[in-house]
Structures are given as C-alpha cells and as structure tokens.
Design a protein around this ligand. Structure first.
Ligand SMILES: [Zn+2]
Length: 477
C-alpha cells in the first residue's frame, strides 16, 4: 500500500521588541542569568501584567503579511501547567479567540502551493533550564528566567504539507517574511525561530487523518527535514507491522537522526485554559490595522518575482539576491549605477558573497559600497582592467577600503586597450614567427591562438584580448 504524509507546523517566533510582553524587562539575548527579571515576569503575587503595544503591532504585521484576518477583539488566556522554568505556573497565551485567523502562505513545491494558516496568536515565552554537565554540577539543573515573558507569536498551519521538502519550504518562506518585516531575528540556534511538526501518515486517497505525533527539538532546517523523514518512515513501519501509531510528543535526537517518545501528548483540556483575569480583551482598531497594512514592505516573494521581471535575471539569481533584504538592496544599488543586471548579479553572488561568507559578515558591513563595486564593473566594461584583474582588485578593495582606480594603478593592472600600442606588439610577434605566419596563411587558422598567447605574454597579460583578437584578424587576413 502507498502512504502519504500529512504535516502541519507550529512556528514560534520571538518578536524583536526591546522589552518583554507584560513588563519592562529587557529581552536582550545572552545576558548573565537572572539579570533581566522583575516581580511581574517572576510571577510574584499581587503583580499585574501590562501589554506591550509594540508586540501587538509586530504580531499584526506578520498576520497581514500572511493574509490573515485580524480579529478586532481577542482574548488572553491562562494555559496552566507546571514546569520549573515557568514561575507563575501558567503561561499567558491566547486560545479560543486568537489575534488572527484564516491566512495562507505560498511556497515553492513543484510550482506554487498555497498552505493555509489556521491562526496566529500571541503568548509569552517560558524561561530556560540549564542542566549541569561538569563534574561539580552534573546533578543539578539551573533556572534562568531572563527569557520568561519574552513576546512570541505562534503561527499554526493547516495540515497541508505532504513532504519534508514542503515543510522546509514553508519554514524558509515564513522565516524570510519575519526577517523582512524586521520583527524577528529568525535565528534558530538562539531559539528565536522554533518549530514543532505534527506528522501523521494515511493510505493515499484516504480522507481520514491518521494519528499524529508531535515532533520537537529541531533547531535547524536540516534537522526539521531529517526528523520528519524519519518520523514518516517510522509511522509507515508501525502501520505496516500491524501496529497503531500513538498520539505523543517525540524529541528529535540530531546525533542519532531519530525521534524518540518524550511523553504522551497533552490534550487541550489538560491545560485548563481560562480567560486571563488580569488583562482586558485585546481590541485592535481597524485604523491601526490599515496603517500597518499600508506600511508593509515588499515581501521576499514579491521582490523575487519583481527581480525576474524587472531585471531579466534567472530565477536562481533572484532567489539568492532576495535571500535577505540587505543583499537585495545592495544588488539594486549596484544595478542602478551600472545598468547591467546580470553582470551585477554575477559580482554580488560571486565575489561579494564569497568574501562576506569567509568573514561571516553581514552585507550591511561590506567594506565595498555598491557604488564602488559599480565603479569596478564599469572599469571592466570600459576595458580599463581585465575580468580576471578585476577580481584581484575587488579583493583588495574589500581588504583595504581603497577605490578601484587607486588599486588598478598601484598594482599595474591597467589593461592595454590602445590600438596603436598593441599594433606594435603584434607587428613584432609576427616578425619573430615567420614560420607560423606561413602556416597560418596556408590554412592552419588555429594558430590564431598561438599569436594571441604571444601577445598576452609580451604584455604580461595586460593586453585587452578583444582588441588583440581584432587586430590580429586584420593583420593576418
Ligand atoms: Zn520583568
């Protein structure tokens, strides 16, 4: 029997606000434990939460970017559970009346596929548990509530993905949008962008969903794919072996490439949700929604499509160049100055990205400005420097911050394009090789390469090959 996988994703994105969701504590990552806490986020008795307006605006932006309907009235709810990193014993979340619903996201999967987004709701993060590993503290665990109360949005998809590739495409698209909106760092290692996957299998053609397992602990795109692939096969094996898949939460073990049962999955009623009595309903006015909608930037997918149609570059190039907003802006500035879309694309995707990657630098810190790169591209076009020489010049520009013309001069890389000068060189070469000239004239035209080579040698590689070719053709007939 053939099976198909049914995959739904829950994404938790940490919002890039300066302060937490219900108090004024900083959200900065990586500070010393327990330094960004106050009575509110530590859940002391008698304190009251105050909602962070910026977090609401960020959440609304994301909801609009993925075509959700914003509910004018939503409700915060208490999700009750005990965990050592949750000082209050409950998490303030949203449940039956979330901020936004009924959205969709287009992903690339054998063409374009529309994945439904069930809901987006706001909630606070829990703290962090650190388990001792050294000989002195291996029997201890430590609680760091710095992250407690940091604002999150949870984005829940419909179970409409059918493969790990589709799940990956969905996550990438989702993260790109969050980063473009500048509301989330998208950093999976730091936990700013997390994902749980609900995976089940069913016979192809069946309507009824199989029992699902929830996968956790996948902190890279690669692990998401590995975990889902493993889980699909595991469930097929269970069913084929006559067994039953049980509803449970499973943790991905990256070192072994397997998922393992962590606990039986809680049902919603286990959390005893009820409306948060310390917070009023969240009313989002239409005026604010429309203001935020009007201010949405061009999103990655739109930008990619525009690059293809406006600049006529291949879809692959457009994908790479729009992988971050900063890179896309850099590229567009280069094109504006050169009016050479494909040549500019080759430079940005090639030399620029290569050197940035070597230094693990962001494009916004690139020492070569788009204008300087455009100057270099123009120098190649004008025959001032050869294509190969230009790469050397670029690297030097990157390392020293000097201009292209300065380096071309200093390194003696100026290309010789002057016809009079090159005619003299050619005349000497022909004079020095009478035998080859005879053979060429007798029909051995592939000797053209020999003469070009000699001319390049004589000029130490500085001759403009196009001019050399042209002059040789004239001279040799
Ligand atoms: Zn606080």
């Amino acid at each position: 029997m053939k099976y198909e996988a049914v995959i739904g994703l829950e994404v938790h994105a940490q919002l890039l606000t300066g302060s937490k969701l219900f108090c004024g504590c900083s959200t900065k990552f990586g500070s010393d434990p327990n330094t960004q806490v106050c009575p509110v986020c530590l859940g002391m008795p008698g304190v009251l939460p105050v909602l962070n307006r910026k977090a609401v605006e960020f959440a609304v932006k994301m909801a609009l970017a993925v075509n959700c309907r914003i509910n004018p009235r939503s409700i915060f709810a208490r999700k009750n559970y005990f965990y050592p990193d949750l000082p209050k014993g409950y998490q303030i979340s949203q449940y039956s009346e979330p901020l936004a619903e009924h959205g969709h996201l287009d992903i690339d999967a054998d063409g374009t596929k529309k994945i439904g987004i069930t809901r987006i709701h706001m909630e606070e993060d829990a703290g962090k548990l650190l388990h001792g590993e050294g000989p002195e503290d291996e029997n201890f665990s430590f609680v760091d509530p710095n992250r407690t109360g940091v604002p999150l949005i949870e984005i829940v998809s419909e179970p409409e993905m059918r493969s790990s590739d589709e799940a990956q495409a969905y996550l990438r698209a989702m993260r790109d949008i969050l980063v473009y909106l500048e509301i989330c760092s998208g950093n999976m290692e730091e936990g700013s962008f997390r994902c749980d996957a609900n995976v089940s299998v069913r016979p192809v053609g069946a309507e009824k969903l199989g029992t699902k397992a929830e996968l956790k602990n996948m902190n890279s795109f690669k692990f998401v794919k590995e975990a889902i692939d493993y889980e699909i096969q595991r469930q097929i094996d269970v069913v084929e072996g006559g067994g039953k898949v049980v509803q449970e939460t499973r943790l991905f073990d990256a070192s072994k490439g397997v998922t393992a049962s962590m606990r039986s999955k809680e049902e919603a009623h286990d959390y005893r949700y009820f409306p948060e009595p310390d917070l009023l309903p969240l009313m989002v006015e239409n005026e604010l929604v429309e203001k935020l909608r009007g201010a949405l930037p061009e999103l990655p997918r739109q930008k990619r499509e525009r690059f293809i149609s406006e600049y006529g570059i291949p879809s692959y190039d457009a994908g790479v160049l729009t992988s971050s907003k900063g890179l896309a802006d850099y590229y567009e500035s280069v094109v504006k100055a050169t009016n050479e879309p494909k040549v500019s694309s080759n430079w940005v995707m090639g030399e620029v990205l290569r050197l940035l990657k070597e230094d693990s630098r962001d494009v916004k810190d690139c020492p070569v400005t788009p204008q300087s790169l455009a100057g270099l591209i123009k120098s190649v076009k004008d025959g001032v420097v050869s294509g190969t020489g230009a790469k050397e010049v670029f690297e030097e520009m990157y390392r020293t911050g000097k201009s292209a013309s300065e380096i071309i001069k200093a390194k003696g890389l100026v290309q010789i394009s002057n016809e009079d000068e090159l005619s003299k060189v050619i005349a000497e070469i022909i004079k020095a090789n009478p035998e080859n000239l005879e053979r060429y004239k007798a029909g051995k035209t592939q000797l053209m390469g020999f003469f070009v080579g000699e001319a390049m040698k004589a000029t130490k590689g500085k001759a403009n090959p196009q001019v050399i070719n042209k002059l040789l053709k004239e001279k040799l007939g």
